[in-house]
Design a protein. Structure first.
Length: 202
């Protein structure tokens, strides 16, 4: 397992975005944005996406999805997404604007950060739209002492279909495992919200 990290803001597919400058991260890698913004412009297969610090990478930064850099067939992120203890607020994956193609995440989504305003996946504009978001894996929300403004997944926009194939576990602390996927500006749920697994609070 290798630790890979961004050295500049840029596209995932550009070797110059990454340490060493000659290759993009691959299946055995744990990947950190290292304080930068990395735009995912292709389907990816890595071990973990996280934004905690591990020298020489610093905490913070984000991976983002943008319609302008979104491939025609949609994007599959084959990776666990892990948000660990601070010290900075923010998210690991930002849905930055509306998307017209499907997003599929194959991996577990885990939030264990006690920092307020911390998320694994975040999108904040109520008028943004998404055709389908599918998560194949378990979602675990364990924010510890944080009492509010935390979530594994926070989506304020409009989602046609939101599917979780796995368990959702809301553990000690505040916030939400999944917050607000909606089908219209006046609705508070996705048009089709499906969970193929167990939902529990422990």
């Amino acid at each position: 397992m290798a630790n890979r990290y961004a050295v500049a803001s840029g596209l995932w597919s550009a070797p110059g975005t990454w340490d060493g400058g000659v290759s993009v991260p691959s299946a055995a890698d744990v990947v950190r944005p290292n304080g930068f913004t990395v735009t995912i412009d292709q389907s990816i297969d890595v071990t973990t996406l996280t934004n905690n610090a591990q020298a020489p990478a610093v905490a913070g930064g984000t991976f983002q999805l943008l319609e302008a850099n979104y491939p025609v067939g949609g994007i599959t992120i084959n990776a666990d997404l892990l948000r660990q203890t601070g010290p900075v607020a923010g998210q690991i994956l930002l849905l930055n604007g509306s998307l017209t193609k499907q997003l599929t995440i194959v991996g577990n989504i885990t939030h264990t950060d006690n920092i307020a305003a911390s998320y694994v996946i975040q999108q904040t504009t109520v008028t943004n739209t998404y055709p389908a978001i599918t998560i194949t894996g378990n979602i675990t929300h364990n924010p510890g002492t944080a009492t509010a403004s935390t979530a594994c997944i926070y989506i304020a926009g409009i989602v046609t279909s939101f599917t979780v194939t796995g368990d959702i576990d809301m553990m000690a602390g505040g916030g939400n495992a999944i917050n607000r996927p909606r089908s219209s500006n006046s609705d508070t749920t996705a048009q089709l919200f499906t969970v193929n697994g167990n939902v529990k609070a422990t």
